[in-house]
Design a binder for this molecule. Structure first.
Ligand SMILES: NC(=O)c1ccc[n+]([C@@H]2O[C@H](COP(=O)([O-])OP(=O)(O)OC[C@H]3O[C@@H](n4cnc5c(N)ncnc54)[C@H](OP(=O)(O)O)[C@@H]3O)[C@@H](O)[C@H]2O)c1
Length: 429
């Protein structure tokens, strides 16, 4: 392991910044192994140094002077988490001018002034990473920039604003109007007191501009994006879409057609069978169509301190490797010799359909067997009757070996005519 330490100057220690500090601290050893160097936050700029932030940093780490951090020769990398245009724009420009790579989550800034900042970074051969700027915790920027570098992306459809997706989900599933759903989103902290940036589509438009710029190697700014929010979507729109087999979503759409790029944000009906239709609540998903790769979907939490910090820290590790090893590639690290868990010790949920005798006591007999093997039942119901009777079980998460023992025993019961099917259930809860 290198003896060098990469010192991070953090600009902003709010929702995302505090999570970044904690993540770097809590996972310091893993991060060191992956980056090849120790990564520590040594200085932090905030507006109010007296505020209690509950982060593992000494109070003298904090300052209100962002310029002093950017100018500090002992700082190796700047992480900008202030938000807004100024002073973020000037501080990033100054950092790049003084040879410091930058990690930022600032979509608003990149969607307006990305070109000048990317040019400054490019001219100096410095990293300017921004994984967290679109879809927060969802790894999307690096796949677009690196994994898909050999692909021609034709179209991106994204649900990139969690607040509006939450509101539309409530309207769709509870039959609420826009105002009622917005009030609930505000009560739960999904929407700001002033929700304009979200509900009028400004936030999604900034992300759309960044995605279009990346996908099509063309400068697209927020002002180039056609924008309609969701304030005009009515309960009637939602009901009609539902009746016709559609779900209403606020989509960011970036397309390449006949060599021309378009970028727009507006509500749209999506067929219920489309993967984006099943993206509910405050989740984000970005659906990418490429000429050769076909369809890809990136899905996850688009906001929140911890998910977003994961993307920021990933970028920091990337930059730290570059600094420490002069652009070493990222390769899997030497194994830690961790034990591989045998299948019997894994835990999962199970679906079991048993053809059974239709008489009193059968369910109790089988349920007792589940309980004896510590497999708890989440749901059970009977389908059919008489000779056609089946009992269907879905378990809570249980140990594979315990479930298999249950199954083995149940198979031998005289009341069980056949095991119709047994499937593992993945992706629930
Ligand atoms: N929150 C999310 O879920 C999320 C998701 C994706 C991307 N992002 C992006 O991440 C960035 C940060 O978001 P956030 O939610 O963490 O914001 P936040 O909670 O408002 O935190 C902003 C931080 O910047 C500091 N700050 C603001 N102006 C400053 C100035 N002029 N000088 C010094 N410090 C200043 C604030 O100091 P005080 O604490 O003293 O006020 C605060 O610590 C934004 O670009 C945002 O778009 C956020």
């Amino acid at each position: 392991m290198s003896e060098r330490t990469i010192r991070v100057g953090l600009l902003g220690c709010g929702t995302v910044g505090t999570s970044v500090v904690r993540t770097l601290h809590e996972h310091a050893d893993d991060i060191e192994r992956r980056a090849g160097v120790r990564v520590v936050v040594t200085r932090v700029a905030v507006r109010d140094v007296a505020k209690n932030r509950d982060v593992p940093l000494a109070s003298e780490t904090f300052t209100t002077d962002g310029i002093a951090i950017v100018d500090d020769p002992d700082i190796d990398v700047i992480v900008e988490l202030l938000g807004g245009i100024e002073p973020a724009r000037s501080l990033i420009a100054k950092a790049l001018a003084s040879g410091k790579p930058v990690v930022t989550a600032n979509k608003e800034l990149l969607a307006r002034h990305g070109r000048e900042l990317f040019a400054a970074a490019g001219a100096s051969g410095l990293d300017l990473r921004f994984e967290a700027a679109v879809a927060g915790g969802v790894p999307l920027i690096r796949p677009l920039q690196e994994s898909l570098a050999g692909e021609r992306v034709d179209r991106i459809l994204g649900i990139v604003n969690g607040t509006t997706n939450y509101i539309l989900t409530q309207m769709s599933e509870r039959g609420w109007g826009f105002d009622e759903a917005l009030a609930e989103a505000q009560r739960l902290g999904y929407a700001e007191a002033d929700p304009t940036a979200d509900v009028e589509g400004f936030d999604a438009a900034a992300k759309c501009a960044i995605l279009a710029t990346l996908a099509f190697d063309t400068d697209v700014t927020t002002d180039d994006v056609h924008r309609e929010g969701i304030t005009q979507v009515t309960a009637q729109d939602i009901a009609d879409a539902d009746r016709l087999g559609y779900v209403v979503k606020l989509l960011a759409i970036a397309e390449l057609e006949d060599g021309e790029v378009s970028a727009r944000v507006h509500p749209a009906m999506v067929p219920v069978a489309h993967p984006l239709a099943s993206v509910r609540e405050a989740f984000n998903a970005v659906f990418v169509e490429g000429a050769k790769v076909g369809q890809l979907m990136f899905y996850g939490r688009g906001a929140g301190g911890d998910p977003t910090a994961t993307s920021v820290v990933g970028d920091v590790v990337h930059v730290a490797r570059h600094l420490a090893h002069a652009h070493a590639g990222m390769v899997p690290q030497a194994g830690l010799g961790r034990r591989l868990r045998p299948m019997g010790e894994t835990r999962g949920q199970y679906y079991l359909n048993l053809h059974v005798e239709d008489r009193p006591g059968v369910l109790a007999e089988i349920a007792e067997c589940f309980g004896r093997h510590s497999v708890s039942i989440e749901r059970v119901w009977q389908e059919g009757a008489g000779d056609e009777a089946t009992l269907v079980f879905i378990t809570h998460r249980a140990r594979e070996a315990d479930f298999q023992a249950t199954l083995g025993e149940v198979r031998g019961f005289s009341c069980v005519r056949a095991v119709e099917s047994m499937l593992r259930v993945e992706g629930e809860g």
